[in-house]
Design a protein around this ligand. Structure first.
Ligand SMILES: NC(=O)c1ccc[n+]([C@@H]2O[C@H](COP(=O)([O-])OP(=O)(O)OC[C@H]3O[C@@H](n4cnc5c(N)ncnc54)[C@H](O)[C@@H]3O)[C@@H](O)[C@H]2O)c1
Length: 338
């Protein structure tokens, strides 16, 4: 059973009203040490560390590169498009005190597993070590199971799950030799709950959750190696533009409005604080999505009832060409039990 030992609400000053507000982001900590102060370290603990970020060409990964460079971490940034990574590197150099050699641009296709060992060796050769691997690269899905080609399910698992654990295997070998390191995996709240139109994506994130929760139990002889699962709710990024649909050749026509989602920089900052504090699992989300995570975790019967109601509307919207999140605020206000 998961025990929620510590809940930390972040208060921030709302730039529009000037009031101190609860931003609704909460770190849900599953931790074995009852009296540990869960967020005693700030993200600046990562200064001087060698951090390898996959999927660094856009969204959460790109913002991770910016915040880490400002902190003073040495960076390896990976994705498939080298020109985009060079753009990210250029901006990192502009906003930080890092120099050219402190940021390694390394082209990497997570689905090309045969390249992962050589890529890992390149990072080690350049920096001499890897302190933190951030498994961030991945794609989501928008399609109904019955309309979706099985090739899509295979591709999602190949990228989000097998690609991630393949790279982890090579990096972990190096961390085990050093007896230290952090493996941070950007999972999702979809690794905790289920949702219509995303069955393959949810399956891949559930697979990651199960995998890393199990891997952690195999590493008890290495207390300085941390396995950290980050579960964001909706965050502003290019995730919708890049989603898998019912067949591999088709992309989504309408990526919809993102303004209701958590700003990327906030999600990344909470991810880095979670990393600095070795949190085993962090749920990073605004309400009402966060409340639904709690229902899934602690009152699944209510969660299923709620999801059935909301899922129906989400499927209707999808069929009529509207990209919607599975929770629209008015519905949540009336539906969510307090
Ligand atoms: N944005 C959200 O709402 C949200 C919520 C929960 C979890 N996540 C997770 O966050 C991670 C980052 O997504 P994002 O929201 O920034 O989306 P994004 O589409 O902006 O970024 C995804 C990154 O992954 C890279 N990528 C895709 N396929 C790849 C491949 N084959 N090899 C290497 N890199 C590849 C892309 O190039 C890009 O850099 C993903 O794992 C996603 O599942 C996102």
């Amino acid at each position: 059973m998961n025990v929620c030992l510590s809940l930390k609400w972040d208060k921030e000053t709302d730039t529009r009203t000037g009031r101190r507000v609860n931003k609704g982001s909460l770190t849900n900590v599953h931790n074995s040490t009852w009296n540990k102060t869960v967020t005693s370290h700030t993200e600046t603990e990562l200064r001087g560390k060698v951090v390898w970020v996959t999927g660094a060409s856009s969204g959460i990964g790109e913002e991770l590169a910016y915040q880490l460079s400002k902190i003073g971490a040495f960076l390896a940034i990976s994705a498939r498009r080298e020109d985009e990574l060079e753009r990210v590197k250029k901006k990192c150099l502009q906003i930080s005190n890092l120099t050219e050699k402190d940021i390694l641009v390394l082209r990497l296709d997570l689905t090309d597993r045969s390249s992962h060992e050589a890529a890992t060796n390149s990072v080690i050769k350049h920096f001499g070590k890897i302190d933190v691997l951030v498994n961030n690269g991945g794609r989501s899905q928008r399609s109904l199971f019955m309309d979706t080609n099985l090739d899509v399910y295979s591709a999602i698992m190949e990228l989000n799950y097998l690609g991630t654990i393949s790279l982890t295997k090579h990096v972990l070998k190096h961390m085990i030799e050093r007896k230290r390191g952090k493996i941070v995996t950007v999972s999702s709240v979809m690794g905790i709950m289920g949702a219509p139109l995303a069955s393959g994506y949810c399956a891949s994130k559930h697979a990651l959750q199960g995998f890393f929760n199990s891997l952690r139990t195999e590493l008890t002889d290495y207390p300085e190696i941390s396995i950290i699962n980050i579960c964001p709710g909706p965050v502003q990024s290019k995730i919708i533009q890049n989603v898998f649909t019912e067949n591999l050749a088709k992309s989504l026509e309408n990526s919809g409005d993102q303004s209701h989602k958590m700003p990327t920089n906030r999600c990344v900052r909470l991810t880095l604080v979670s990393t600095a504090n070795d949190l085993k699992e962090a749920w990073i989300s605004d309400h009402p999505y966060l409340a639904v995570c709690y229902l899934w975790q602690y009152a699944p019967t209510w969660a299923w009832w709620l999801m059935n109601r909301m899922g129906k509307r989400r499927i209707q919207n999808f069929k009529s060409g509207v990209v919607s999140l599975f929770l629209s605020p008015p519905l949540t206000c009336v539906s969510l039990p307090c």
